[in-house]
Design a protein around this ligand. Structure first.
Ligand SMILES: [Zn+2]
Length: 248
């Protein structure tokens, strides 16, 4: 195992009944990074990692369902662990919003602004960002260590693809965690999210190894997303489950 992704929350747009919003613990090369911290994900994170063992936070975009649990992490680090300088990778807009919401965000956090094309080294991890097709600046992320890699779409409409990583940037994607907010019957609405069908088709074209669908509409039938995504991907896929981990 080179990389492990643990799902902390897979509920799209708002928390479902007992289900947290977007959050993923990515571990590899001795480094612990959390990607997105939506409502509920901080609680779930602590079933897998003590909060003082986090090495960095990556936030994909400024929509609340992807980051507001940063508030709780701030309290924990400031008042309970006395820690400073946790790197938090954010878009400029997300940094502004976080600074508004969190009194004294720095120096507890050390904000590092990211944008399309930014590459960073996080311990042993090589991290690259790609701007997606969404309502605000949103960054998909690819994390690589050795010859293994995982990628996360963040939120995106159909005009972005994992090809941004596989074709133009840092090579293959062994495991793709892709948003699928709705089903094909809602594609005509033109919202900047993917259906399970679109996610499957896009991931197939990009040549990713394995596909995990996430960011599902709360209360929806996971089985239908699974069937629709699998048909479009052309192979077996998985639908993200809270506390389930995926290894590459
Ligand atoms: Zn969003």
């Amino acid at each position: 195992m080179d990389l492990k992704v643990t799902v902390l929350g897979a509920s799209g747009s708002y928390p479902g009944p007992g289900a947290a919003c977007s959050g993923y613990l990515v571990q590899g090369g001795g480094v612990n990074v959390v990607v997105d911290l939506g409502p509920g994900s901080l609680a779930n994170l602590q079933r897998h990692l003590p909060l003082d063992q986090l090495d960095a936070v990556i936030l994909s975009h400024a929509h609340a369902d992807h980051w507001v649990d940063l508030t709780g992490l701030h309290v924990a680090h400031k008042y309970f662990f006395g820690r400073e300088g946790l790197p938090v990778y954010v878009t400029a807009e997300n940094r502004e919003r976080a600074a508004l919401l969190i009194d004294g965000a720095e120096p507890v956090f050390e904000f590092r602004e990211i944008t399309d094309g930014t590459t960073v080294r996080c311990g042993a991890l090589d991290v690259v960002f790609s701007g997606t097709h969404h309502y605000v600046e949103t960054l998909a992320v690819r994390v690589g260590v050795g010859s293994s890699s995982v990628a996360y779409s963040a939120d995106t409409g159909p005009d972005w693809s994992f090809e941004e990583f596989t074709t133009y940037r840092q090579g293959p994607v062994d495991l793709a965690v892709c948003e699928a907010t709705h089903l094909a019957d809602a594609e005509h609405l033109g919202i900047l999210h993917l259906s399970a069908r679109q996610a499957g088709e896009m991931a197939r074209r990009a040549g990713v190894g394995r596909l995990v669908l996430t960011h599902l509409q709360p209360g929806s039938d996971r089985g239908v997303y699974h069937l629709e995504g699998r048909e479009a991907f052309g192979r077996e896929i998985e639908v993200a489950g809270e506390h389930v981990d995926y290894e590459v």
